[in-house]
Design a protein around this ligand. Structure first.
Ligand SMILES: [Zn+2]
Ligand SMILES: [Zn+2]
Ligand SMILES: [Zn+2]
Length: 724
């Protein structure tokens, strides 16, 4: 028999595969997960392709595949997806593969659990502990060893003693029965007359064979989740798996309960806080097909589903879907790509779709399934602007008298109020009143943020922190420091002064210690044990507070005018989402926008509830300027420990950009965030026409360009979301 060779892709920062010899008696096919020697190590890789005739000169130097692992093979669909993502993002294929092989080291057979039961007579010497244990086990049932010990209130050594005496016997516990599968008929909801059409459209869409994208479009509280659950039910009936992507997995506690109410069991979760053992088991359950539905953060998109039948991207406009380190990818866009390769339907759900998705729906590339109004006849919140130019808060305060009055009324009605400010910490800037010194990070181009809970000044870019000093380091003045501007912690101070009786809670990502505590705090609010919630964008997402009827946006202008081409879109989406938290269950919700620019198109669209006007003006502006989706963008960020080195390399890069009429290379310019962690940053922005192969252009360019050496680093971001 001729010797067989295979090409194996390893989950390391390499784009190429390596050829290995297949030992006699080993049957390998593409997708199989194998152990192979690589350099001095043995690593887990994936057979990417057969290779009938590797380079003849290498024949005798090729090593053997060590072992085929007892794991389901990666499907052709997933291998194609890995290749595609690597190609598009200019990442190495090995690094993309690494995102799919996240099973860790805890795979392998289930741990055998031991049980104990009574088999012989009681021994001569009986302590009270032994007596309790024997009494417990006198029914003859087999109990887990640890349970028997804790129920009888004894240590396991008491059990071991009685085993030695022949009174008890230890034996393996039978395996727990497999988890029940989600049942599509468990609790089919009664849809309202306005929901019936969309629910039916969703079932038909999910029942199709092949690729397609639907935009599920409906305001907060219109019942989007129940409607896309119909798509999940449809693929479960086909015996396939469904993936539900969520922007913020810590906020999905209520979602898991809603899922269980509809399907009888909770879905599998996938996120960064899983224990290694849970992670390994979930990975294996996904690969074997035992996990029917996975709810996960963006990384769940790269899991090795045995038979994926549907992807739902909830809150598809959310920025959290963009990964900005390692492989730069947008999980919503890549979900559409995986759906295309796997030939399955993809549902994008949002109350405020991204402009890209909205344009695709308007052009008919995506099917729009629209939910007209709120479920149960609730009205959308009434939104009113508070013009800070004429209704300013008192000096050094941030809540205007009008907003304070509305909060007071809400509390008196025993309802909840939410004050929204998308800024963590106490104050974004600290300065010395005596000399004007401003506290900045030593290694970033950023002010230090005052965090009073932690008693420190913190850099939000690198994490550097220092105690808040009592003496100005520049002029030695004592107690001269002033906090400038508000963060949520400062807002809480103001709320405590205004409403001393009210129970308040601050929700901010830097105050979360774990997903579990976060879920507990959200439950406290939902149960009505908090009067005033003060929160950052964390509160905008996903959670349902039945007694919340008032949302006050403390600084509606905060996200506007920072040079980001998506600033208007993001502000519109965020404020819409946060105000949509109000009035979902009881009565009419009200939203207040404190703003200096009530005439801004974003504020006008929010106040008049005119979503169409907002999209029309935003789409027109993008078309005029050639910004996505009417043109394409990529950013190249060069960074180095010295400014001259970063700038010099960026200029070298720019000089060798291939000439092409369809492409414009802008820069290099100092990045808006010019220094991060002591590294100087220069940015090139590459603009092209729509439909142009920008990744191909970049690949040709970088292949011919000098390579970054030493401390120089080049980061490529195709379709960037951040312009810092
Ligand atoms: Zn912070
Ligand atoms: Zn000073
Ligand atoms: Zn810093």
């Amino acid at each position: 028999m001729p010797t067989r060779f295979v090409d194996v892709l390893a989950p390391v920062a390499l784009d190429r595969t390596y050829s290995y010899r297949v030992p006699d008696g080993l049957d390998l096919k593409a997708g199989d997960i194998v152990s192979v020697p690589l350099g001095a190590r043995t690593i887990t890789g994936v057979v990417w392709a057969d290779n009938a005739s590797p380079e003849p000169r290498l024949h005798n130097r090729l090593k053997d595949v060590s072992e085929k692992l007892d794991l389901p093979p990666l499907q052709a669909e997933l291998r194609g997806f890995v290749d595609w993502v690597a190609d598009y993002t200019l990442s190495s294929r090995g690094m993309v593969l690494r995102m799919t092989l996240r099973m860790g080291e805890e795979l392998g057979p289930e741990r055998v659990r031991l049980g104990v039961r009574l088999v012989g007579p009681a021994p001569q010497r009986l302590t009270p502990a032994r007596r309790r244990l024997i009494a417990l086990l006198s029914d003859g049932f087999l109990r887990a060893k640890s349970e028997a010990a804790s129920e009888a209130g004894v240590s396991t050594s008491v059990i071991d003693g009685l085993v030695d005496e022949g009174t008890l016997e230890v034996m393996p516990l039978p395996k727990p029965p497999p988890e029940p599968a989600p049942d599509p008929e468990f609790a089919v909801p009664e849809f309202s007359p306005t929901q019936q059409g969309p629910a039916e459209a969703m079932r038909t869409f999910a029942a199709r064979e092949g690729f397609g994208v639907a935009l599920l479009d409906g305001v907060t509280g219109s019942g989007k989740t129940e409607v896309y659950f119909e798509a999940v039910a449809e693929v479960l009936r086909k015996g396939k798996q469904a993936l539900l992507l969520m922007p913020e997995i810590a906020l999905t506690g209520q979602f898991l309960d809603r899922f269980a109410a509809r399907f009888g069991v909770r879905p599998h979760e996938w996120h960064s806080e899983l224990t290694p053992r849970r992670r390994a088991r979930t990975w294996a359950a996904v690969a074997s097909g035992e996990a029917h539905v996975v709810v996960g953060a963006r990384s769940a998109l790269f899991l090795p589903y045995a038979d994926l039948g549907l992807i739902v991207v909830d809150e598809e406009h959310d920025q959290a879907y963009k990964q900005d380190e390692g492989t730069h990818y947008h999980a919503r866009d890549m979900a559409v790509v995986r759906g295309h390769i796997a030939k399955i339907p993809v549902v994008l759900s949002s109350a405020t779709p991204s402009v890209e998705t909205e344009v695709n729906a308007r052009k008919g590339r995506y099917q729009r399934i629209a939910l007209p109004s709120r479920f149960g006849g609730q009205h959308m919140p009434h939104i009113a602007p508070i013009d800070l130019r004429s209704e300013a808060p008192p000096r050094g305060r941030f809540i205007s008298p009008a907003l304070a009055g509305a909060v007071r009324d809400a509390i008196e009605r025993r309802e909840q109020a939410l004050l929204f400010l998308n800024r963590r910490g106490y104050a974004p800037l600290t300065l010395c009143r005596a000399c004007g010194h401003r506290f900045a990070c030593n290694i970033c181009d950023a002010w230090l943020v005052d965090h009073r809970f932690r008693q420190r000044l913190v850099c939000h870019h690198c994490g550097f922190s220092m105690p808040r000093p009592h003496v100005c380091p520049q002029c030695q003045a004592e107690e001269s420091l002033a906090a400038i501007g508000p963060g949520v912690e400062r807002l809480q101070e103001e709320v405590a002064a205004l409403f001393p009786e009210a129970r308040t809670m601050v929700l901010s990502s830097d105050l979360i210690t774990s997903i579990e505590t976060m879920r507990a705090e959200l439950n406290e609010i939902a149960e009505g044990r908090v009067d005033i919630i003060i929160g950052t964008q964390l509160v905008a997402k996903g959670h349902h507070f039945p007694r919340l009827n008032l949302v006050g946006v403390v600084d509606a202008d905060l996200g506007l005018g920072n040079g980001d081409p998506r600033a208007a879109e993001r502000t519109f989406q965020l404020l819409n989402q946060v105000i949509g938290r109000a009035g979902r269950e009881a009565g009419q919700g009200v939203g207040y926008l404190q703003t200096h620019q009530p005439q801004h198109p974003v504020m006008r669209a929010l106040v008049t509830c005119d979503r169409e006007a907002f999209y029309a003006s935003e789409i027109e502006a993008r078309e005029r300027t050639g910004y996505p989706p009417f043109g394409r963008l990529a950013s190249l960020v060069v960074s180095a420990g010295e400014r001259a080195m970063a700038e010099g390399f960026a200029r070298q890069l720019a000089a060798c950009a291939p000439l092409d009429d369809a492409v414009k290379v802008l820069g290099p310019a100092e990045a808006p965030l010019a220094v991060v962690r002591g590294r100087y940053r220069y940015r090139l922005l590459v603009k092209s026409q729509r439909g142009y192969d920008l990744s191909g252009y970049l690949r040709d360019w970088l292949a011919a360009a000098p390579k970054p050496k030493g401390t120089l680093k080049l980061e490529v971001d195709v379709d960037p979301q951040s312009f810092l």
